[in-house]
Design a binder for this molecule. Structure first.
Ligand code: AMP
Length: 191
């Protein structure tokens, strides 16, 4: 099994690259942001709770997200592996994910860290807000999300670097060029 985390700031291209990765490598895509947005659309209790945090640009509480992940991992496993997109976002989530995967005997193989400078991130997020109407891509919320990323999520880079699993990839430029760089890393792991 090839378990991969796609990591990086909001707007770095995780969703775009994830779509290409799952198509080429057949991994099961787990996007916690997508799962939460679906719950919000359906106006479930979980969706309403998540919306209170998401709309302000804050993270949803760890316990809630970890429960969602545990439920997914308890389902029929994908023999090819998982692509974690937008998870983990805190050290606690990272440690819990390691524990859950350890129990299954299939650890994280690699963490692809998409690196894009902050100016470009802001431009991309503003554009996405206009095109997709995502409430958390409004300019007033964007800066909060970037600060939350720096304070709560970025420390995970060190966590995975210490484990020797972090690959930093230049995330600016053409989508196809970024994907070529991503594929280089994944192909080396498969061969
Ligand atoms: P995303 O689509 O990954 O950018 O996620 C959108 C929003 O959903 C984030 O800004 C968070 O508020 C929330 N969210 C998604 N994944 C997580 C997570 N792993 N932990 C906490 N909050 C999350």
């Amino acid at each position: 099994m090839l378990n991969v985390i796609i990591f990086g700031s909001p707007g770095c291209g995780k969703g775009t690259q994830s779509a290409l990765i799952i198509e080429k490598y057949g991994l099961r895509h787990i996007s916690t942001g997508e799962i939460l947005r679906e719950e919000m659309r359906k106006q479930t209790e979980l969706g309403k709770e998540a919306a209170r945090h998401i709309e302000k640009g804050y993270l949803v509480p760890d316990a809630l997200i970890i429960r969602i992940l545990a439920d997914i991992l308890a389902e029929e496993p994908n023999p090819k592996g998982y692509l974690f997109d937008g998870f983990p976002r805190t050290l606690t989530q990272g440690e819990e994910l390691d524990k859950m995967l350890q129990e299954k005997g299939t650890p994280i193989a690699t963490v692809l860290n998409l690196d894009v400078n902050e100016e470009e991130l802001v431009q991309r997020l503003i554009k996405r807000g206009v095109e997709c109407g995502r409430s958390d891509d409004m300019e007033s919320v964007i800066y909060n999300r970037l600060a939350v990323y720096r304070n709560q999520t970025d420390p995970l880079r060190e966590y995975y670097k210490k484990q020797g699993k972090l690959f930093t990839i230049k995330g600016s430029g053409e989508v196809s060029d970024v994907f070529e760089r991503v594929s280089d890393v994944l192909d080396r792991l498969i061969l």
